[in-house]
Design a protein around this ligand. Structure first.
Ligand code: AHR
Length: 538
């Protein structure tokens, strides 16, 4: 194992230094003297849907499987996810959430009804993975559950009954069935979504209709015993600002009804989060999907350009939310984001795709953007965790690999719950053909232990970038870094060489005369760790 990792490190560094031949310069100021909002750990959330091999095979193999498992859940996948400190997992969909009837997924597994997954390729749904299995999975991973209530083909009664089933205190009539099925204590259900993409697969609703539907559901959905869930309303598709305007307007109008103060806390909006969905395609066209590997540079830059538009979307949706909710009580929850390419093996409804260095850059850029908006964006869920779209893990029968996106989530976990520190950046541009984007994407934070972490993505596939950065309000004693890079834009891990592409130590990074000096290889993601010296203030 050590030998394999040594070779991997040597190859990555050789690739990095080969591409260092051409080099650009940049500067930035790290404003530790201007600490901003806390970066919620929930920005590092994941999404799992009954889709392709995401749940079945990727997570659930069943108790009788030869693949090592705990109560049917793969041990290798759980162990890898535990290392990421996954804060929250969204389930059961996605489009699937609006056709899912939770009662089908409880009770003895051999008695559960067989169904058809009409959202994704009409494949058989065994219902072997239901509420109990999901709660077991998140608990094995060390994460918290985020469940999606079915508004599309469900009813308020069904949603209400699910909330009671999950959260009613033991001994109450509603908790009896749960106890009979093996779970005595009420589960903690901290996050509840109401409908998914209700403008699309969730019912083709207009914003006005959804807002009214949401109000209806909200009247009947609540946690029992001590459970006080954070409710997430279905939000806009990408740049649908009318949706945000309409749903936000209706979120704040408790006050308009005279009876409201008697019944509710009118300082609380009708929902706690509004979900934004945005996918990174290789173009802006859903009918021209790019390849997940073996793509030209034209698609490298177009993919990264599209990923960067997340910043504009958040700024514009936040501006609308600010008008209705200046106190920022409602969070923008980006509960589906990630890359979406042509599915492998000619199976469009599996959404299985390769994950390469380009995906690592998309993850880094997106997480940096979330950090910059951490006052409003307080939860996000990458789509999807295993074997679907931009996964952190891929499996093939008993084999498993960690993708480049996994390594970014691993390197970036130091930002979870840290204090965001603004960075003033003068980036060189990276150009290809007619397209031009900033070559650098940077974000920084200070942890409770006083260390500063700076994440840097170099989007230019040809030039390394030499940086000298001023540290304002912080004196650094030393700096170290980890970098993920490779020679090819589509470098990825294979099931037979799962450790080929891993982060390695960044060479040559230093503190010189109080400034940070580093050279970031072409097409790389780096996380630097700066140790404070003395009191840290100056
Ligand atoms: O993540 C795949 C699908 O993308 C989800 O089911 C849906 O919500 C979105 O359109």
């Amino acid at each position: 194992m050590f030998y394999k990792k040594f070779i991997a490190a040597a190859l990555a560094l050789a690739a990095a230094s080969a591409s260092c031949a051409a080099q650009l310069d940049a500067t930035f100021d790290v404003r530790a003297d201007q600490p901003a909002a806390q970066i919620s750990r929930n920005l590092y959330g994941h999404f799992v849907e009954h889709l392709g091999r995401g749940v079945y095979e990727g997570i659930w193999v069943g108790e009788r499987s030869a693949i090592p498992n705990t109560r049917g859940i793969r041990n290798d996948v759980v162990a890898a996810l535990r290392k990421l400190n996954v804060p929250v997992v969204r389930w059961p969909g996605g489009c699937f959430a609006d056709v899912y009837h939770w009662q089908d997924g409880i009770g003895p597994r051999d008695k559960r009804p067989l169904g058809t997954n009409t959202s994704w390729g009409n494949i058989q749904e065994t219902n072997a993975f239901g509420t109990h299995e999901f709660m077991d999975f998140v608990s094995q991973v060390g994460a918290r559950p985020y469940v999606g209530v079915n508004m599309g083909t469900g009813t308020t009664a069904e949603g209400k009954a699910w909330m009671e089933y999950m959260t009613a205190p033991p001994g109450t009539p509603a908790a009896k069935a749960r106890q009979q099925n093996g779970q005595e204590a009420a589960w903690d259900v901290p996050f509840v979504g109401v409908g998914n993409e209700s403008w699309g697969c969730g019912g083709q609703m207009r914003a006005e209709f959804y807002a009214d539907q949401y109000r209806l559901y909200q009247g009947f959905l609540h946690g029992y015993s001590k459970n006080k869930p954070f409710f997430v309303a279905a939000g806009p598709d990408s740049d649908d600002y009318h949706w945000t305007e309409t749903v936000m307007e209706r979120a704040m109008d408790w006050r308009e009804r005279p009876v409201a103060p008697l019944l509710y806390n009118v300082d609380k909006p009708l929902f706690n989060g509004l979900a934004l969905h945005f996918y990174t395609l290789a173009s802006n066209d859903w009918f021209k999907m790019g390849d997940s590997a073996g793509f030209p540079e034209k698609e490298w830059i177009s993919t990264l350009k599209r990923a960067l538009t997340m910043d504009e979307l958040i700024r514009k949706h936040s501006a609308i939310m600010d008008r209705h909710d200046p106190g920022k009580k409602v969070a923008l929850v980006v509960d589906e984001w990630g890359t979406w390419y042509k599915a492998a093996n000619n199976q469009p409804s599996s959404l299985y795709q390769q994950n390469t260095l380009r995906d690592a850059l998309v993850a880094a850029v997106t997480l940096n953007i979330f950090h910059h908006h951490s006052d409003r964006v307080r939860m996000a869920n990458i789509a999807q965790m295993v074997n679907v779209l931009q996964s952190v893990i891929l499996t093939d029968k008993e084999k498993m690999l960690l993708t480049p996106t996994y390594h970014v989530f691993d390197m970036y976990q130091v930002h979870q719950d840290a204090t965001h520190i603004p960075v003033e950046l003068q980036s060189p541009q990276y150009r290809h053909g007619e397209v031009s984007i900033p070559a650098l994407s940077v974000s920084a934070s200070r942890g409770a232990d006083g260390k500063i972490h700076i994440s840097v993505a170099n989007l230019d596939p040809h030039h390394s970038i030499k940086v000298s950065a001023r540290l304002k309000g912080f004196t650094a004693r030393s700096v170290t870094g980890q970098v993920l890079t490779a020679g090819a834009m589509d470098a990825h891990n294979d099931f037979d060489a799962a450790d080929r592409f891993v982060p390695v130590a960044l060479k040559g990074v230093a503190i010189v005369d109080g400034q940070l000096r580093a050279e970031f290889p072409a097409k790389s993601v780096t996380v630097l760790e700066l140790q404070p010296s003395g009191t840290g203030a100056r």
